[in-house]
Design a protein around this ligand. Structure first.
Ligand code: CP
Length: 306
């Protein structure tokens, strides 16, 4: 039985297979319509979500399976003091696979240690979000045709943004990747990622504060929102929240093929006027999230479709 806690739980070969499977699902959805008949997915969300929870549920329904779960800690027995370890023991009796989001870093790993079914980390605090990374990799590979030889700008809250942390971990394993880290001083990428991941893997990177400076150099811009829920005081959040706003004027500085990705939700960091730009692919990215979660469920449940 396998769990998914971090993108590094999958080798590059395994990742490629999941992305290939996701592309096949996109091309031939009917082949997979009954692949998980009789199987159940539990979504255990102790923190709010729109995309991750609903795309997991859509993925299992598209595979002919069923879903159950809760969408906030308030509607579970966590409010009565039940531990994550006890909860997953129960869920192991009710479902075949579980996706868990939790505000505490490492909570899905605690669950996995006590689980009788595969557990997928659907986002743990400011730590990791591996299925968002699978979504991002599928989007990049499908629309750029490769995962190597790219200059990638990561912009916004690089301190608390778990999607950025997971994406860096995954991309450093590909050839010719170069990062431009675009953030205010207070929201810089944590040392444990800059030193232990980028520098240890000899991945070139630069750090800049101004988005305008980076835009002309990028193959891809990955925007993120400032993570309000991880700030200790409202004042700091208010000061930081509109630090970056990508608008039509700034997009004139970018190359004609520079894709804009965003894990969403978007707050103010991408103006809605950018949505019609063909380089803006963040809504398409959310659609890829369904295909890749279907591929992941099939892989972890070891379901083969001929
Ligand atoms: N990208 C992402 O994790 O979105 P949600 O918080 O809506 O699930």
């Amino acid at each position: 039985m396998r769990h998914l806690m971090s993108p590094l739980d999958l080798s590059v070969e395994e990742l490629d297979k999941i992305l290939d499977l996701a592309n096949d699902i996109e091309a031939h959805p009917e082949k997979y319509a009954h692949a998980c008949a009789g199987k159940k997915l539990a979504t255990l969300f102790y923190e709010p979500s729109t995309r991750t929870r609903l795309s997991f549920e859509a993925a299992m329904l598209n595979l002919g399976g069923s879903v159950l779960g809760f969408s906030s800690a308030d509607s579970s027995s966590a409010t009565k003091g039940e531990s994550v370890a006890d909860t997953i023991r129960m869920i192991s009796c009710y479902a075949d696979i579980a996706a868990m989001r939790h505000p505490k870093e490492g909570a899905p790993m605690v669950a996995a240690a006590k689980s009788g079914i595969p557990v997928i980390n659907a986002g743990d605090g400011g730590h990791q979000h591996p299925t968002q990374t699978l979504t991002d990799l599928l989007t990049i590979r499908s629309l750029k045709g490769r995962l190597s030889g790219l200059t990638i700008g990561l912009c916004g809250d690089l301190k608390f943004g778990r999607t950025v942390h997971s994406l860096i971990n995954a991309l450093v394993r590909y050839e010719g990747i170069r990062f431009v880290l675009i953030s205010p001083e207070e929201l810089r990428l944590p040392d444990y990622i800059r030193e232990d991941v980028l520098e240890r893997n000899h991945v070139p990177y630069t750090e800049v504060v101004r988005l305008e400076e980076a835009l002309p150099t990028l193959d891809l811009l990955y925007m993120t929102r400032v993570q309000k829920e991880r700030f200790f005081n409202e004042e700091d959040y208010v000061r930081m929240k509109d630090f970056y706003i990508l608008d039509k004027k700034k997009m004139k500085l970018a190359g004609p093929d520079m894709l804009i990705l965003h894990p969403l939700p978007r707050v103010n960091e991408i103006s809605v006027e950018v949505d019609d730009d063909p380089r803006a692919v963040y809504f398409k990215q959310a659609q890829y999230g369904v295909y890749v979660r279907m591929a992941l469920i099939l892989t972890l449940l070891e379901v083969k479709v001929c």
